[in-house]
Ligand binder design. Structure first.
Ligand code: SAM
Ligand code: SF4
Length: 313
């Protein structure tokens, strides 16, 4: 083990790895109408990913979340997971829209990636289609059920937007209680395509909690200091979370780094600067990582033009 990387007192232990920028959905808050994706050959290979992550483990990275774009569009997803499983990581997890997840479940079942966050912004088929431009609500719900039956730990991520799906918050809480599954409500972030709509769409965490509290009651659950989510239980024992990145930012306790699908490591979702680690020798990591750590802001940056699918959400 070399030094443990930290930024102004924040240990940098969690890494988001974007496997690709491409996606089969066109979520209104993420994907522009005319999205341009990288060439496939430019994505890090599974060997490059495990090599870079292996080097970062030596500097204190403990947990990896695979994301994108849509990570299940990578045919070698199980291979990536298997290679990461050989490193000394405490946790490997996946964020996915679950539309293509079913086919990967058998290959992932006995592996090290046991936790998945599934993005689900509507429980109404028409609204699901309006938000994602995809017709697959039933398939996503079936996949959630199947994954849970196979023993995967599933949480739901729901981006809440005023006038689009904020009326569904209570229904999602009922879903959480009925299915005994944690639903995390995300404030829409002022990123990429959201920027011209931010004032119109932003529904604050306070409003979300007020809506839930009035009908379901809420008791806070103690979370680790670097948790992005506030978590609560309802009176009926349902578990719900809130990630209020805009109205209640958590930069002061942020432990995250991000590796892009092309190998650029950055210190913050909201800052474009980073360092390319592709082909970098282990002996060259220390000064590069120090530079990256210094790039991490202490307070929330207001907006970023780069869309989420390109950054790796
Ligand atoms: N395609 C996968 C998915 O949707 O789960 C993984 C990538 S996606 C970029 C990761 C997460 O970022 C999703 O939960 C998505 O809802 C969230 N996200 C994307 N754009 C966002 C925005 N502008 N504000 C808040 N969350 C956003
Ligand atoms: Fe695709 Fe995920 Fe972005 Fe939706 S949020 S368009 S599923 S990358």
């Amino acid at each position: 083990m070399n030094v443990r990387l930290s930024s102004y007192g924040r240990p940098l232990t969690k890494l988001r790895v974007s496997l690709l920028d491409a996606c089969n959905f066109g979520c209104v808050y993420c994907m522009p109408a005319t999205a341009a994706f990288c060439h496939k050959e430019d994505y890090l290979s599974s060997d490059e990913i495990s090599e870079i992550v292996g080097n970062l483990v030596n500097y204190g990275v403990e947990e990896v979340r695979l994301t994108g774009g849509e990570p299940t569009l990578r045919h070698d997803l199980a291979d990536v997971v298997e290679k990461l499983g050989k490193l000394s990581l405490k946790k490997i997890s996946l964020t996915t829209n679950a539309s293509r997840l079913l086919q990967f479940l058998p290959a992932l079942a006995d592996g090290p990636c046991r936790s998945m966050n599934i993005s689900l912004d509507s429980l109404e088929p028409d609204n699901f289609k309006k938000i994602t431009t995809h017709d697959g609500l039933g398939r996503v719900l079936d996949t959630i059920e199947r994954a849970r039956a196979m023993g995967f730990k599933i949480k739901i991520n729901t981006v809440v937007m005023k006038g689009i799906n904020h009326h569904e918050v209570k229904n999602f809480v009922r879903f959480a209680e009925r299915e005994n599954i944690e639903v995390r409500f995300l404030e829409v972030m002022n990123i990429g395509v959201v920027r011209p709509h931010f004032q119109e769409w932003h529904y604050s965490g306070h409003d979300i909690l007020r809506d839930i509290e009035s009908e379901f009651g809420l008791s806070p659950v103690q979370m680790p200091a670097d948790s992005t989510a506030q978590v609560f239980t309802t009176a009926q024992g349902g578990r719900v979370g809130l990630i209020a990145s805009e109205s209640m930012p958590f930069c002061g306790g942020c432990s995250r780094l991000r590796l892009s699908s092309k190998g650029v490591l950055r210190a913050c979702l909201m800052k474009e600067d980073g360092k390319n680690l592709r082909g970098v020798q282990p002996s060259e990591y220390a000064p590069l990582l120090q530079e990256i750590a210094l790039m991490k802001p202490m307070t929330r940056i207001k907006e970023i033009p780069e869309p989420m699918y390109q950054i790796g959400g």
